[in-house]
Design a protein around this ligand. Structure first.
Ligand SMILES: Nc1ncnc2c1ncn2[C@@H]1O[C@H](COP(=O)(O)OP(=O)(O)OP(=O)(O)O)[C@@H](O)[C@H]1O
Ligand SMILES: [Mg+2]
Length: 328
């Protein structure tokens, strides 16, 4: 079983608005509303890829009820902790004329200590039957930024692979706890390593630094694929390699959640025992395919299979690393 964690679950509304301009009145030509938040998107994509997945996290108020109902309608197994404050709505405006998209995320509920401890208990219980746990997205207000780090450590003890896609302080602290897989986009990676990337050498340095900070593997995504440091020094079956997986960008319908679909693809392939380079290929194909749909985390597995063959893989060597400063 794969667990996805969404502490800031939401109802994601996507509106298609041609010629979107600030300060004007518009009519949406298309709209969807579905359960969202990054972990939920990952769960949706994993389910579409045929993987056993359970979505957990926090959900509150009528919006929380809608999130759980919509997941259940989609037959995505779920087990959320109910909280007192209302879950948030997130709105994305996609302009089909320019291809640009604007996202507005509401602030989200504050979570009490007691609610959070209920969640931690639930997660550790679910983890007994799981092989992988994916933590995605921001932490709700009032939650200790060290929470992901603490959970990564707990899961490590239980022998569960931890996967992390977050940002800011929670990401920085969790990286030090030694998550198995870290998957930032370029902006999140720049913030994590503390410098901007001017060229490819900076990017290669950054994925190395992410591993030196504590992550076992780093997958840094961008619109044309990903730059990854996979494998480990102690495992001859999975040698440490710096790899680039690229695919010609597609004309997107909506690229909201493409990072989540990428991660679901990579995790699905790893869960299935795939070879590292095949996992990267599959992840990049899933990220790309998801841009052809309006909803976040929506992927068509047949189209993914078609795209897999078009992903180009370049192995750029086996970099020497400074010893990881993992807290474990
Ligand atoms: N236009 C596109 N065409 C093909 N693939 C794309 C396109 N945009 C994104 N992707 C794929 O999706 C993956 C994730 O991309 P990106 O780095 O933009 O994610 P992200 O910023 O984390 O997105 P989100 O947080 O909204 O899920 C990449 O592997 C990339 O290959
Ligand atoms: Mg992302």
């Amino acid at each position: 079983m794969i667990i996805t964690v969404t502490l800031n679950a939401a109802i994601d509304k996507t509106l298609a608005v041609p010629n979107f301009r600030l300060g004007r009145r518009h009519r949406a030509v298309e709209q969807t509303s579905m359960a969202g938040g990054k972990g939920v998107n990952v769960a949706r994509a994993l389910k579409a890829l045929g993987q056993p997945v359970i979505a957990t996290g926090l959900a509150g108020g009528p919006t929380g009820t809608r999130i759980i109902e919509q997941l259940t309608e989609e037959a995505i197994l779920n087990d959320f902790v109910r909280i007192r404050e209302e879950s948030r709505m997130s709105t994305a405006v996609v302009d089909p004329t320019s291809g640009e998209q604007t996202e507005i995320n509401e602030r989200g509920p504050a979570v009490s200590e007691a609610e959070l401890e209920l969640f931690v208990d639930k997660l550790l219980y679910l983890a007994k039957g799981a092989a992988v746990c994916v933590f995605s997205g921001s932490l709700p207000r009032g939650v200790d930024p060290g929470l992901y780090g603490r959970l990564v450590t707990e899961l490590h003890r239980l022998g569960v692979l931890s996967v992390l896609d977050s940002e800011g302080e929670p990401l920085r602290l969790a990286t030090r706890a030694g998550p198995n897989i870290l998957s930032p986009n370029e902006l999140e990676a720049e913030e994590l390593v503390g410098h901007e990337f001017a060229d490819e050498e900076d990017r290669r340095t950054a994925v190395r630094e992410i591993v030196e900070l504590g992550a076992r593997e780093a997958l840094m995504t961008r619109a044309d694929g990903c730059l990854a440091l996979v494998g480990s020094d102690g495992d001859p079956a999975r040698p440490r390699r710096l790899c680039r997986a690229t695919l010609e960008p597609l004309e997107p319908v909506s690229s909201v959640g493409s990072g989540d679909a990428f991660l679901a693809g990579y995790v699905a392939a790893r869960y299935g025992g795939g070879e590292d380079l095949d996992c990267l290929r599959f992840g990049v194909a899933c990220g790309a395919e998801s841009t052809q749909h309006f909803g976040a985390g929506v992927v068509d597995p047949r189209e993914v299979e078609r795209l897999v063959g078009e992903v180009q893989i370049d192995v750029e060597g086996a970099p020497a690393l400074a010893p990881a400063r993992v807290a474990s």
